[in-house]
Design a protein around this ligand. Structure first.
Ligand code: ADP
Ligand code: MG
Length: 621
């Protein structure tokens, strides 16, 4: 709630709307207690008094009634009717929408065709027809306005519900034996409630206008009762001779509708969960860079990550996801990056091409050099040209990275055509060749499959094919086999290994599995809490791990036929990176930790390519 208000008031216009609307609401709530004249008492002698005359702050109307008193009473009525209409329309419309969306099929069809019929009539005509049938009067105007708005809510909420009704948590509720009523109330309603609130906040103003419109035409409030619409209607004939009689209610309508709309927009933005994590702005095309300190020198590696620091700035918290990481690969080399979940592997990988979402991500130091050129400071255009062309990514879950509505061939062709001018036929031929390269059987037919028609292993092959589409120099694979079973994993690994040997690809392979590293990588870097704690040639690290963390990670890998070795888990959890301990981050979980481990910064030491960040390493390096 607090967060909601903070987000809401960060939006200046919404705050202004809230203040104006609050003032108006306060005023109309207090109206009965204010020393006002009776709004309906006529005094023909006092007709058309100008504003600021004695006893009539806003003047009088054509019957000599006090305008201030009529304005406040009228506003009270108009607001009450508008809000009541909105509540009624929202309740009925949402109920219809949820029922149609949840039950689907014939129920949905019948209900929604009825709603469509209502929508087919022009809005105001329908309202007029309803009032004409029921007879003029404020209550009937309310019914008419509510009725014409029901379809709007029904359509909106049905759309959302249809999307939700097919989701797994609804299936789970059904499996748990819940009845329809309970599922709708406890599973669906909480999910659509924010949407209902947003739809209401953006339509209340509209409904107040509609009610005023009906009253203006003489179909709403009946004389002598004042509401904003009828006041405007009565002032119509004196618009030129005595404009203040129109300006007073007109200004009030303007203020109300304006403030409600501004506030409504603000509420919508603040309720949108995607806007909560960061600021009220869209992620940028590249990660924000705010580098302090010196930029490291050029090296002769193909891709070099140098002293990279990436942070997340959320509110006044700073999460140091990557705290000074240096890694490098040469052509044809495979570097493994290993560490527990949350150790900063993905953020490191995404920082390379400026793909960390900003806000909240900020690169605060270091450099990433591709063939010597610094990518961190590079312009968006430069990065865009290299993304997917020179440096390509393979992600963990190919089902979420492939577009569900396009055939895989089209998606491969798109990846090619976004960097090279080739004809559609040529791109398709190349897509087929890529699928063959990643050993998808019967590639000519498979190229026309949709992602959901493929198995997980096959989709990941498509992901790899897409990464290979433009013959990149570097592939960054972020846990590409984690979602796959072991046999498919082995096939994917041998495929990557072949590709690297055949094409001289450099691969940065991110995983949390030492077994995978052992199969594929020449060198390995171990990450913990956003820093490298050990690195070296894979065999050397595996045989004689120097950092206690590495040693325990390796002990976590089960060995087939390895006898009855007790599997060791590492007790405790990795630290949260917004509040890192002083000294070695692993010290709280390390049984070798001494006093001085917790004191100062521990540096990465050793003889290249071997290095360890530990004061008491298991072996000297
Ligand atoms: P992994 O090694 O599992 O790939 P990540 O690189 O995804 O870990 O995450 C590293 C750290 O960054 C984690 O501690 C995580 O909490 C933090 N982090 C990642 N994304 C965000 C975000 N959008 N806001 C705040 N912290 C984040
Ligand atoms: Mg990750």
């Amino acid at each position: 709630m607090n967060l909601f208000l903070k987000l809401l008031f960060r939006n200046r216009l919404a705050a202004m709307g809230a203040v104006v609307l609050g003032a108006i609401l306060l005023l109309v709530l207090l109206t009965p207690f204010l020393p006002l004249q009776d709004p309906d008492v006529t005094a023909t002698a006092d007709r058309f008094k100008r504003p600021f005359t004695e006893g009539h702050l806003l003047g009088t109307d054509h019957l000599g009634r006090d305008l201030l008193s009529r304005l406040l009473h009228g506003t009270r009525l108009s607001l009450a009717i508008g809000i009541a209409a909105a509540l009624i329309a929202a309740t009925i419309g949402s109920a219809i929408g949820i029922i149609a969306g949840y039950f689907g099929g014939r129920t949905d069809n019948i209900i929604m065709r009825g709603v469509d019929m209502l929508m087919a009539f022009p809005y105001i005509l329908l309202a007029l027809a309803i009032v004409a049938a029921l007879g003029p009067g404020l209550m009937n105007a309310l019914i008419a306005v509510a009725a014409v708005n029901v379809p709007f809510f029904a359509r909106n909420i049905r759309g959302i519900t249809v999307g939700l009704a097919g989701r797994e948590f609804i299936d789970a509720a059904r499996l748990a034996g819940m009845g329809h009523g309970r599922i709708i109330l406890t599973e669906l309603l909480p999910n659509v409630l924010p949407v209902i609130v947003i739809a209401m906040s953006t339509t209340v103003g509209w409904m107040i206008l509609e009610t005023a419109g009906l009253s203006f035409l003489g179909l709403g409030s009946q004389p002598p009762q004042a509401d904003l619409g009828s006041m405007l209607g009565e002032a119509r004939s004196a618009m030129i001779s005595h404009p203040h009689t129109s300006i007073v209610p007109g200004t009030m309508i303007f203020l109300i509708v304006m403030s409600i709309n501004l506030l409504g927009d603000g509420v919508r933005d603040a309720l949108d969960p995607r806007l909560r994590s960061g600021a009220l702005s869209r992620p940028r095309a590249t990660t924000l860079v705010e580098r302090q300190g010196e930029i490291p020198e050029e090296t002769d590696d193909l891709l070099a990550i140098q002293e990279l620091e990436t942070q997340f700035h959320v509110g006044n918290r700073i999460y140091r996801a990557v705290g000074g990481v240096s890694l490098a690969v040469k052509a044809g080399e495979c570097l493994g990056v290993i560490g527990e979940s949350g150790s900063g592997k993905s953020v490191t990988a995404l920082s390379v091409m400026g793909l960390v979402a900003s806000p909240p991500g900020v690169i605060t130091g270091g450099a990433v050099r591709f063939q010597g050129e610094d990518l961190i400071g590079a312009r968006y255009e430069t990065l865009r040209q290299k993304r997917g062309d020179r440096v390509a990514y393979i992600f963990q879950d190919p089902l979420s990275t492939l577009h569900p509505l396009y055939r895989v061939g089209q998606q491969l062709a798109e990846a090619i055509q976004s960097h090279h001018k080739v004809s559609n036929a040529e791109a398709r031929a190349r897509a087929i060749r890529l699928l063959q390269d990643v050993r998808i059987p019967n590639a000519e037919a498979r190229v026309d499959n949709y992602p959901h028609e493929m198995s997980g292993g096959m989709r990941q092959r498509v992901g790899i094919a897409m990464a290979l589409a433009n013959e990149p120099d570097v592939i960054i694979a972020d846990e590409p086999t984690t979602a796959l079973d072991v046999t498919v994993q082995a096939q994917i690994l041998s495929l990557l290994d072949d590709l690297r040997r055949d094409r001289g690809l450099a691969i940065i392979f991110i995983t949390h599995d030492f077994g995978v590293v052992a199969q594929l990588c020449d060198r390995v870097a171990v990450m913990y809490a956003g820093r490298i704690v050990e690195e070296g040639p894979t065999q050397a690290v595996l045989k004689a791990p120097a950092h206690p963390y590495t040693k325990r990670l390796i002990a976590c890998v089960p060995e087939l036929g390895g006898g009855r070795r007790a599997l060791a888990a590492i007790p405790g959890l990795p630290p949260v990176v917004d509040n890192l301990p002083e000294g070695c981050a692993f010290a709280p979980r390390c049984d070798k930790a001494q006093e001085n481990c917790r004191a100062g910064d521990v540096t990465l030491k050793g003889t290249a390519p071997r290095a360890v960040r530990c004061l008491y390493p298991e072996v000297a390096v």
